[in-house]
Design a protein. Sequence first.
Lengths: 451, 772
Amino acid sequence: MLTAFFSAFRTPDLRKKILFTLFILALYRLGAQLPSPGVSYANVQACLDANTADSGVFSLLNLFSGGALLQLSVFALGIMPYITASIILQLLTVVIPRLEQLKKEGPPGQAKITQYTRYLTLGLAVLQASGYIALARSGTLFGPACPTTGTQAIIPDTSTLDNGLPMWVTLTVLVTVMTAGTAMIMWFGELITDRGVGNGMSVLIFASIAAQLPGQIWGIKEDTNNWLLFGAIIAVGIAIIALVVFIEQSQRRIPVQYAKRMVGRRMYGGTSTYIPLKVNQAGVIPVIFGSSLLYIPTLITQFYANETDPPGWVVWLNTYLVNPGNWVYTVVYFFLIIGFTYFYISINFNPNEVAENMKKAGGFIPGVRPGKPTSQYLSWILERLTLPGALYLAVIAILPNLAILAFGGSEVFAQFPFGGTAVLIMVGVGLESVKQIESQLMQRNYEGFLR
Amino acid sequence: MTKNNRLGRWLSNGGIRTGRYSRVIQRAGREAERFREMTDAELTRAAESLLGDPRRERDRLVDFVALGREAAERAVGLRPFDVQLTGALWMMAGTVVEMDTGEGKTLAGALAASGFALRGRSVHVVSVNDYLARRDAEWMGPLYELLGVSVGWIGAESTPDERREAYSRRVVYGSVSEFGFDVLRDNLCTDPDELVTGDVDVALVDEADSVLVDEARVPLILAGSVETGTALERVTEVVSRLRPGRHYRVDEAGRDVHLTRAGERAVEKAYGGIDLYDADQNGAVLTEVNLALHARALLRRDVDYIVRDGRVELVDASRGRVAKLQRWPDGLQAAVEAKEAVAATDSGEVLDTVSVQGLIQRYPMLCGMTGTAMPAEEQFRRFYNLSVVPLPPNRPCVRDDEPDRFYQTAEDRDEAVVAHIVERHETGQPILIGTLDVAESQRLADRLTEAGVGCVVLNAKNDADEAKVIASAGRLGAVTVSTQIAGRGTDIRLGGPDGTEHDEVVALGGLHVVGTGHHSSKRVDDQLRGRAGRQGDPGSSVFFASLEDDLITRHVPGLSGPGDLDGRITSPRVAVRAAHAQRIAEGLNLDQHSLTWQYHRLLEHQRTLVVEERDRLLHTDAAVDRFREAAPDGFEELSAQVSETELARAARLVWLHQIDRHWVDHLAVLADLRETIHLRVLGRQRPVDEFHREAIRAFQPLISRAEAAAVETMESVTVRDDRIDVAAAGVARPSATWTYLVTDNPFGTALERDMRGMRSRFGGGNADDADD
């Protein structure tokens, strides 16, 4: 794989693509650090320092935006509006006949759908920008530790100052800038897809997550001031990444034969005709579902945050289901992920449909009759694969919680850099991009491999 | 991307680019006098001196235009219009020119070709078929001669010597398949003297959308015969007893057929209680059953093929002609032959293959012309990096395109078509009817005869009369029922070939074109319409369609609308949906083209590597040198017995044979891989990437393995009469080579559709994992 990278840099065509991708990523990171006009950079930093606590669902969004959200930077919204818009449009194609028609018309129709996605993204961006700014001003986004009024506020009111602007102007500018930022990111993503390497959106998410790694690792060193622990964590981290890579690549191969062509001499084995079933067939989605669901208790308890004497069940929630360091939280999280894995695979992989498709195209699994027996056989294998897959996902996801349990309540482990969603996504996108580079390398110029 | 695209379209439509050469043409008009006074010999000398002319490019172009115009007038009696000259200049700039049908593309193409030739380049003029290639080369011959440019043509019947001679000319006319097959055949040569093609330089493509877009979906294949030793009579007999619905089921789109459980049992019983899906069986019987079933249920006589002189001949759907060189692949041909109980022909083994795109991209310079370029503009740019320049017609087209007429059922439509023709025919106006397939053309002709309208049929079955039928199709009162065969490249003159009845026909409104159904591409419909209203002549066209047409039932099933007593539907919604169906079909074809190319690109690359290796072996003594290195003992032993040249000859033959053998096997592996690679989507992988990975893994050891095998062969050869007996060592050229195009692969498209289905169903094997 390393050789592939070196060859990639020796190929002018690919080198240009890789450098272009890096250039766009640099711009993307720059925008993620650039404070939006009207936001007090100093106040935001002070706020973030004072408030290391995990702020629930926003931490996931913050993760996707590369830390830009909690800095209210130009790219604060990240690519979430675009992703949401694409999902909405995909769902709408089922409902709206006009979209369904377009989808069927192939590339030209698809181009139109992409156009609609872009418009919807802008609409969502305006909504989300307004929403986040409102949340930031009310203190929900940054937690109670941050002042919401006065000169220490995140978005200080300058209307009373000499050459200050009225508040509504500041806010309008903010919303406009963040929306424009989202449009820029959308464009960046498409540029990477078109002229760079990998799927633009995925590469941007990857960059966002990876950008936070060094800071988080260093944070552990700073907090514990223990070089040994620091080294150990890095070692464990690398081991985890290796494990994730290994399991993400593992698949069960079910041999398939196609009986529709008669070829003169078959002197080669049909080793390459198989159905690959991944051990982790569900991907990262069960983890995202699980953590989103677990955010609900946090949300509920926030309603009671200012009450001095909350009801008993709120206290219970607060103790067991809000604190990631609690074993109940960990166990619930664990089983939620396992449940979601089974659920997601059941909707994602339909053995009946696969069997039907194969039958129509003249394919069969040697020794298994087509139709029902084939779909039963596939289900049987899938069931046996899903359990280890689900266990793997759940274990990786609760690693940060385990770290907190093991090393005490030190909050730095809440940001444990090598666990949970982050590492799954990073490895997933990383593998994907490497594969694509390799594939392009193979298509264009692989004499280097050949001789 | 889209912005550039729109800008480009605006620019090319906005008249800015088309005007670029107007000054050149004007200046050429002023220079005309000078050339008019020259004798023929002086003209030729003037043309030849253009090559070394030290003046500016523009001035040389002016001279060339004036010269070309003068030469065309003298040599072929046609004075090129400004539009034709502009077209020629645009082609010389490497673009696709859109000129309306009947605007004299042949002359414009010949001028462009000679323009290239007078700049010292050599040109291949690529046509759609042999007939047009030869006609154009011979028709334009005098023009080339006058300009001092040598010209030749190749056809399916040309001998290797004739081909070599043709390729040595500056300008060569030929069909795309001939150019392709010559390249493929050259790659099998074992002697440098057998090569026929030379270097490639400029390709000028006539009917560019047909060649570059429609034909590009189908790769050209060179095949050698092999004995499969399978007789399909028994299985055909078994399958013929199966009943549709009960024993087998055909899917809605009519693309797939499969056995039901009852069918499986019936077949297993007929074969004496075997298990069709047994692992040890290796699917041998099942393959035969599937092929026989496909031949029986999906391929229709007189639609997909005709039976003539005891042979099964394929009908090319997009051109309506018998595709002489086409065969169904992988045993399907034999299954159809068994179904029709005709003698089985040899079965083929793929020796080499090239896609039209791979073939065309070998040319450093590419340009073309067609009547329908703009609708295919996107594809020209995407696949060939070509831009399109639309040219205004010399005389504006006054053809009256009536709105489409829709009917409830095919029966209603046919009645309406007949009634319409009867009505028009009474006035004496010539009518050309374009049908979708051979069977329909015959059915319609019978009904017309019944209704008392005498008509001539032109379809794949009587294509020998083509020229005669077309020549009289413009006569007073002529009714010609044709398939797509007359849809492209034919020039129907009003009032017959000599134009005696021209004025009467014009008074009646010129040629009337009737389409009995929409094709899968609007371009093809437009080409059919384009038979009428040529060169500013009057003309009209109308299309009839029904809700039972394949295009509608496949792509917008369940479409219905209120019909009147005759079944005619006037609801505008139906017309909109029908246009939508056509766009879906176009989208599918575009998808298929880009898939073909994605999967073929690597293959083309590997082919160049193999060809490089072959060239080295063919032109040098590399083979014997490698033999000496790899097996010094064997080399000593042989060189003691035979002369040096004999050893070199034998080594070359053996090496080339082994390389070819391994390449053929590699192609078979890839074909197998291609068939099942769509399953990788289920593991969230991109099939194209996985295909590349596997294909490269399979290719990497190819040359070293071939070399090892060659050394082994060399060590086992025997010497007889001072000659090394290579034939005894199994080195033989494929006994009979023939060429064919794999017709629109019936399995490929089905798989590709499944792939799309799975992709949407399973959330796409690409990077969506992370973000959905």
